[in-house]
Design a protein around this ligand. Structure first.
Ligand code: 6PG
Length: 514
């Protein structure tokens, strides 16, 4: 018997009933929209139908066995299809599941043996339907899809959605980009379900791949801040012998102040958790091998493509990669030694805790600074020089505003960042914004940040995010860098030529060697 239970017309089809997808259905329905939930594995749709039948949103939620059946009941014009499907890597898997659903046809899987071919959305969706890819797609895939769908007169949005299952239910941050016309049709609907912070945490990020570009960078910043927080917890535990529960109040205090934000909040909570099986602090039983789904890697790749420095974000990625070599690290821990850890007297201990706060804040500023600069550089880049990529201009003050609610990197620091971009949309680096500059130039703040990094180096502890953030600060503010020697070396072995400090022109050379 078919699971389809549709009655009348619907505003939206949500295709992909994973943890995010099913909660988005509930969120749209709670906001008064009529939604159809579909998953390509029919038993998943069935399970969802059973659950939702017991919930107060049931009158506004229908389910369909196939996308084809769902499309017949979509409101037209003005209906939308939101896909929440795992993205593909544009290099290793250029044609992914999203492309099948959109362009070549997919399947409805009833069981191991029973499948039904489903025509592509471009054939199924009524004219004027807005198609929204709400997954973490690579900006290049999104640009390609935008162009393909435009050719077929379809309206498309590539929308980054942040906030996990909880955000999906209570209000995520939505970063849509693509067709402005599409946003005019579905913008209100997306804004209605988004989190609220000085208005809805959903705004049009720009044409083509702008939305997914902003979401990728969001995830890069997420990696940077997560790594910095983790380094602080790790060092306080290792150097001061503090248990997670003893670190919790230190984090709670930071979270109540200027460090406040979602990642600090969940880290504080995690520090207080106990493993039900062993009674040990939860963190003691979590294996130190970080996973990643790829978007953090994309951010570093995108930054390297454009030549924008993102040392904190890249270091955070590399730290996850290093962590994945657990057996090798365990073996090396025996083979490679470091002098015993330093002892801390009570005064040294208080100083280290104070330094932790400033060092972490420095790394947070650096993470946002790198991400914002990357988005700005993408906006400035000439599409003709980049095969058509970057044909967008992202409103930075709006990025900072919508990131204030619903998303993983929401934090208090976004207030001065937004103010800074409102005052000067072309601000080169948020470290130059007066309120942040004041903090960074404060002698004791800087000394604390430096002392923290020095302590990590002296004791052989990781400072990937916090140390690289300090380097970023120091190299960005350096009027002169060691690149003079690099240019001279390049000229010596490759005759590459260099620029001189005292007159223009590029093709200057070193005197011939003897
Ligand atoms: C969000 C998150 C989310 C993230 C996944 C996987 O904004 O809600 O950024 O989209 O991509 O949680 O992240 P990992 O790369 O750490 O696996």
């Amino acid at each position: 018997m078919s699971v389809t239970n549709l009655q009348g017309d619907y505003d939206l089809i949500l295709y992909g009933l994973g943890v995010m997808g099913e909660n988005l259905v509930r969120n749209f329905a709670r906001n008064g929209y009529r939604v159809i939930g579909v998953n390509y594995v029919v038993p998943v749709t069935e399970k969802f139908a059973r659950q939702v039948a017991r919930e107060d949103v049931r009158d506004r939620v229908g389910v369909a066995e196939t996308l084809a059946e769902a499309c017949k009941r979509l409101k037209s014009p003005g209906g939308a299809v939101l896909t929440m499907i795992t993205a593909n890597d544009p290099v290793t898997q250029p044609w992914g599941p999203i492309d099948q659903v959109f362009f070549s046809g997919s399947q409805a899987v009833r069981s191991d043996t029973e499948r039904e071919e489903v025509p592509p959305l471009v054939e199924l969706a009524p004219e004027g339907t807005v198609i929204i890819d709400g997954g973490n797609s690579h900006p290049r895939s999104t640009r390609r899809r935008c162009a393909e769908l435009e050719k077929r007169n379809m309206l498309f949005l590539g929308a980054g959605v942040s906030g996990g299952p909880d955000g999906a239910l209570k209000g995520p941050c939505i970063m849509p980009g693509g067709s402005r016309k599409a946003y005019d049709v579905v913008g209100k609907m997306l804004q209605d379900v988004a989190a609220q912070a000085d208005g809805p945490c959903c705004a049009f990020m720009g044409p083509h791949e702008a939305g997914h570009y902003v979401k990728s960078v969001h995830n890069g910043i997420e990696y940077g801040i997560m790594q910095a927080i983790s380094e602080v917890y790790h060092a306080l535990a290792r150097l001061l012998g503090l248990k997670p529960a003893e670190i919790q109040p230190i984090f709670a205090e930071m979270n109540a102040g200027r460090h406040g934000g979602y990642l600090m909040e969940i880290s504080t909570e995690i520090l207080g958790l106990t493993d039900a099986e062993t009674g040990a602090p939860m963190l003691d039983v979590v294996l130190d091998r970080a996973g990643q789904k790829g978007t953090g890697k994309w951010t570093s790749q995108l930054a390297f493509d454009l030549g924008v420095p993102v040392p904190t974000l890249a270091a955070a990625l590399q730290a996850r990669i290093m962590s994945s070599f657990k057996p090798e690290r365990v073996a090396a821990a025996d083979a490679l030694a470091c002098a015993p850890l330093k002892e801390f007297d009570p005064e040294g201990r208080d100083k280290l805790i104070e330094a932790a706060g400033d060092a972490l804040y420095g790394a947070m500023i650096a993470s946002y600074a790198q991400g914002c600069w990357l988005i700005q550089e993408a906006s400035r880049a000439d599409p003709d020089e980049h095969g058509g990529d970057y044909d967008f201009t992202v409103p930075m003050d709006e990025v900072a505003r919508i990131w204030k609610g619903g998303c993983v990197i929401r934090s208090r620091l976004l207030d001065p960042i937004r103010e800074a971009f409102l005052e000067n949309p072309d601000l080169h680096n948020i470290m130059l914004a007066p309120p942040l500059r004041r903090i960074l130039n404060d002698g004791s703040f800087q000394q604390n940040w430096r002392a923290w990094v020095r302590t990590m180096v002296e004791n052989g502890l990781p400072a990937d995010a916090i140390g690289n953030s300090l380097n970023y600060f120091d190299t960005y503010r350096a009027a002169r860098l060691p690149a003079d020697m690099i240019q001279a070396q390049r000229d010596r072995f490759g005759k590459h030529g260099f620029e001189r400090t005292d007159r223009p022109g590029k093709g200057h050379h070193l005197p011939p060697s003897d």
